[in-house]
Design a protein around this ligand. Structure first.
Ligand SMILES: *Cc1c(COP(=O)(O)O)cnc(C)c1O
Length: 401
């Protein structure tokens, strides 16, 4: 959670600018706001950082996924290929858009694979919601080729991969629309917030209206603005945007530190028997928010987790058992438990969610353990952690050597 570690005077200054005027709303009130437009500035900073033509800040990463889907034209009855390993918001966004999630296999990149996508395509498939997991990126050349061949819309949930890139292009900008989260656990935070990006003017205009009750944001009489489409309130407030702005400016520094720390960990741990790492299709584009290590199999990964717990090693995630990141624990999706009926209840699920066969994903996530990289670590702290991790893995591996 690097952004969280760096909350300081820069964030306070940006918040103060807003407090001086009291204009907490991102639109209008031109006369009172003393030219303070934090949401706009935040968006401009993101555009500059990522090389995006358009960026639109909203209230969360989850609403950014909703915006990315709706703006790209994904809606009721559309089959959308999704991964079984993601923060659950990706799948929720598809369901609440009225669309139908189709689960496909991931691979050692921790993202949907081209092969997995291909196997899940049906005549009703409209889109792929590619999730760039754990700071890295998918195998984009192959995935783009499958999308092109089958005329599928690519939407990217880069909630965990802000500032990651593939061959020089930021993830989130490889398809029709993309999105990032700025919640408290991401590389940069604004408390609660998210950003949708696109290089397509119409998609941007859709998002701009969709996230604010259809407002076209033309002219300066809010009540008299045209409303080309229906929308809802997914707006970000100026205070959150102010923090997002200060944090986005820190991302280049965070990237540098994350990468430094991850390199030390990988150099040390690659010498340890039993450890390998997730595949990075473009290592230079890694946002390095996580060290993603593989053990030989699920059983040895579980033994390593036990050793970590015994030794008091903290800061890791064993996603295989996590309630919010892996399909095995998503009983509410398998049973379609909801507060109120969704289109999927009427249209029918495109797969038997209770009996999905995703052996590759089970195998990959079963042997994955991820450590969150901190940007404020000292080199000595990183080396000490590597030693502890290595010792625990050696112990766990020795059991069955
Ligand atoms: C964090 C995250 C989200 C949701 O973001 P929030 O800001 O918490 O709503 C969506 N997708 C992925 C992949 C995420 O990691």
């Amino acid at each position: 959670m690097p952004g969280t570690e760096l909350f300081g005077k820069e964030e306070k200054k940006e918040i103060n600018d807003v407090l001086e005027t009291g204009i907490l709303f991102r639109y209008n009130h031109d006369a009172q706001r003393n030219d303070i437009w934090k949401a706009r500035e935040f968006e401009n900073e993101v555009k500059k950082l990522l090389g995006a033509k358009y960026a639109h800040a909203v209230s969360s990463g989850s609403t950014a996924v909703a915006c990315a889907l709706a703006s790209a034209g994904i809606g009721a009855g559309d089959e959308v290929i999704v991964p079984p390993f993601t923060f659950i918001a990706s799948v929720e966004a598809v369901l609440f858009a009225g669309a139908l999630p189709v689960f496909a296999e991931i691979d050692e990149t921790l993202c949907l694979s081209a092969k997995g996508i291909k196997a899940a395509i049906t005549p009703k498939t409209k889109a792929v919601l590619l999730v760039h997991m754990c700071g890295g990126m998918g195998q984009m050349d192959e995935i783009l080729a499958v999308c092109k061949e089958h005329n599928l819309t690519l939407v990217e949930d880069a909630g965990q991969a802000f500032a990651a890139s593939y061959k020089g292009t930021s993830v989130g900008l490889m398809g029709k629309s993309g999105c990032y989260s700025f919640d408290f656990f991401k590389i940069a935070t604004c408390g609660e917030g998210g950003v949708m990006v696109t290089n397509d003017e119409q998609v941007y205009k859709n998002a701009d209206c969709y996230s604010d009750h259809g407002h076209s944001h033309v002219g300066n009489n809010r009540g008299m603005e045209p409303h080309p489409i229906l929308g809802y309130n997914y707006r970000i407030g100026e205070l959150s945007a102010a923090i997002g702005l200060a944090q986005a400016r820190k991302v280049p520094y965070i990237l540098e530190k994350n990468r430094e720390h991850k390199k030390i960990l990988m150099d040390e741990l690659s010498k340890v028997h039993g450890i390998s790492f997730s595949k990075l299709p473009d290592p230079a584009g890694d946002s390095a928010t996580f060290l993603n290590m593989f053990l030989p199999d699920t059983e040895s990964a579980k033994r390593v987790v036990d050793e970590f717990n015994k030794a008091g090693v903290a800061g890791f995630n064993y996603w295989f058992l996590n309630m919010y990141h892996f399909i095995n624990q998503w009983d509410h999706i398998k049973n379609l438990n909801v507060a109120a009926k969704l289109p999927i209840h009427i249209l029918g699920a495109p797969q038997d969610y209770k009996n999905l066969q995703l052996p590759k994903s089970q195998e990959v996530v079963g042997r994955l353990i991820s450590f969150g990289i901190r940007c404020t670590w000292t080199p000595d702290e990183v080396k000490a952690l590597a030693k502890k991790i290595g010792a625990c893995v050696e112990k766990a591996m020795a059991v069955h050597a």
